[in-house]
Structure formats: structure tokens, C-alpha cells
Design a protein around this ligand. Structure first.
Ligand code: UTP
Length: 294
């Protein structure tokens, strides 16, 4: 497989599960402790060596662009106060990556959002990171997927075991084992099956490495589950036909937080806060007390 240098971050969804918080603000800007969720995702891309980031945004998404731009007035105030620590925090997101933006005019689905990246990406493989899916930075996923892409010369999806009661929330894979314990060959994918129809308990989570062939497939992918153009449907067709080397799965067993879901979002905040040097000790002490008295 060819080396990867570009990351695409779809962040144009409506975030209806978080209304009214997401009425005028994108869900990707919701803070996880003191950083918006989207910054963790951009940092993950950069840590995997991807410095060219294209964000797919929509109406109400200006805060995303502003967050990765300079905030000159704020910088001047912090500098004049000599608050070096906060100044560094404010400036950091500005210099993380080379940011590009494209708008998805109508939120017609994740597949449709990825197709908006075709012009920018061109004829190269690329990574996709969902803006509301956080992978704990102590666990390795994207680097592993890029390595598997390079050795298998295929598209790569991230898979995670889920409870049968959860299959209707995800794309679910039909797989065959390989000689690497965390790698499977994906022979089919189905979006949001009922438990009785699910071919496995391996769910697709929000990280992908895709061959550019996916764009031509997406062009011809009709609306599927929920009336949306589904990336899962395009990947299923690539898995079945073997186009672009087919689809390989990396089975992830680390920590993942879905910040688009209210309960998972609350869990993410608690888990991230508990590991922080500045907040963790107080947070954990308070939590123990809270649980004991609840
Ligand atoms: P979700 O299904 O989590 O998105 O999409 P949503 O529509 O924002 O949220 P709910 O279900 O209404 O609460 C997964 C990812 O795909 C992006 C979302 O921004 C999210 O990162 N997406 C989805 C798009 O960019 N465009 C779309 O048309 C749909």
C-alpha cells in the first residue's frame, strides 16, 4: 500500500442525540474536560503522522474552524498577563496540523460526507476519523491500521466487539481469521442489523484507512439505512468485489469513547479526568465518596 498523509474528519452530522446542546454548536465542540472532542481527534491524526487534515463541516460549524485558527485578542490578553501556560494551550490547536475545510451542504450520510473529500484527497489512500469517536491516547489504533494498510494493500476498518443488543447501532462485519491475531479479512459488512441478523459481534468504529477507489463506489451508492448514503454499504461492495485490495479489519481492544452518545460522553469525561495529573486525585476521591453515598 501507498503511504498515507491525509486525514479526513467528517463533522457535519446534526448531532440530534445531543439536542438542545447542539442546536447552535457542533457536537464535536463539546468539551471533554477542558478540550473540545475534535481536538483529541486531530491530535490523534497528527500523532499517527497525518499532518494534512480535511474537515467536512456544515452550517453551524464555524466554531470548528475558529478553534483551529488564531485567537489574537485572547492571545494578547494572556500574553500581557504573563499567563504563559494558558497562552500555550490557546496557541497549540492553531499549529497542530494544516487544516482544510469543505462543506457538506446537506447531511445525507457519512458516505456522502466522505465523498466531499474526493477533490482534496485525489488518487491516494487516506484515513478517516469520526469527529465524535475518541480513542484513548494510551492505546494504539490508527498507527496499527496504517501499518496493516501498507502490508495488505487494502482498505482497513477498525472493529470492536459489542454486545448483541448493540449491533443495531453499528456496521457489523462478516470476517475470516488471518495469521495475525488482531487482523481479520472482512468479507461483508451490514449497517445496523438486528441482533438476530448480525453476522458477528464485530462492530465498525470510527477509524478507517481507505483506498481512493471508495470515491467511485460512493458515487454510485444509493441511500441505505436511515435514508442516508452509508460508508458501510460502499465498503461492503469493496469487500465483496475485492476492489482496491478488498477490506481488512483491525480488531481493537483498547478504550474508545463515543462522545455523540450522552451516557458515553459522560463516561468519557469521568475517565479522562480520572487519569489527569491535575484533576485525577481529587476527581477519584470525590467519585468514591459519591458512589458510597449514592
Ligand atoms: P452520527 O450518526 O454519529 O451522526 O454520524 P449525527 O447525525 O451527527 O448524530 P445524531 O445521530 O443525529 O445524534 C457519525 C459521524 O459522521 C458524521 C458525523 O458528524 C459524525 O462524526 N456525519 C454524519 C457527517 O459528517 N455527515 C452526515 O451526513 C452524517
Amino acid at each position: 500500500g501507498m503511504p498515507i498523509s491525509k486525514a479526513v474528519i467528517p463533522a457535519a452530522g446534526l448531532g440530534t442525540r445531543f439536542l438542545p446542546a447542539t442546536k447552535a454548536m457542533p457536537k464535536e465542540m463539546l468539551p471533554v474536560v477542558d478540550k473540545p472532542a475534535i481536538q483529541y481527534v486531530v491530535e490523534e491524526a497528527v500523532n499517527a503522522g497525518l499532518h494534512d487534515v480535511l474537515m467536512v463541516t456544515g452550517r453551524n460549524k464555524n466554531a470548528l474552524e475558529n478553534h483551529f485558527d488564531r485567537a489574537t485578542e485572547l492571545e494578547a490578553v494572556l500574553a500581557s498577563k504573563g499567563d504563559q501556560r494558558r497562552l500555550e494551550e490557546v496557541v497549540r490547536s492553531t499549529h497542530l496540523a494544516t487544516m482544510h475545510y469543505v462543506r457538506q451542504r446537506d447531511p445525507l450520510g457519512l458516505g456522502h460526507a466522505v465523498l466531499r473529500a474526493a477533490m482534496h484527497v485525489g488518487d491516494e489512500p487516506f484515513a478517516v476519523l469520526l469527529g465524535d469517536d475518541l480513542i484513548d491516547d494510551r492505546d494504539v489504533l490508527l498507527e496499527r491500521m496504517i501499518a496493516v494498510h501498507e502490508s495488505h494493500a487494502s482498505s482497513v476498518v477498525a472493529l470492536m466487539e459489542v454486545e448483541p443488543s448493540q449491533t443495531h447501532l453499528y456496521g457489523i462485519a462478516t470476517v475470516e481469521p488471518t495469521d495475525e491475531s488482531d487482523v481479520v479479512r472482512v468479507t461483508g459488512l451490514v449497517e445496523k442489523p438486528r441482533p438476530e441478523d448480525a453476522p458477528s459481534n464485530l462492530a465498525v468504529i470510527g477509524r478507517y484507512v481507505l483506498q481512493p477507489d471508495v470515491f467511485a463506489i460512493l458515487e454510485n451508492t444509493p441511500a441505505g439505512s436511515g435514508g442516508e448514503i452509508q460508508l458501510t454499504d460502499a465498503l461492503n461492495s469493496m469487500a465483496e468485489s475485492g476492489l482496491g485490495g478488498g477490506v481488512t479489519g483491525v480488531v481493537f481492544t483498547g478504550r474508545r469513547y463515543d462522545t455523540g452518545d450522552r451516557l458515553d460522553y459522560l463516561k468519557a469525561i469521568v475517565q479522562v479526568a480520572a487519569t489527569r495529573d491535575d484533576l485525577g486525585p481529587d476527581m477519584v476521591a470525590w467519585l468514591k465518596d459519591f458512589v458510597a453515598n449514592h
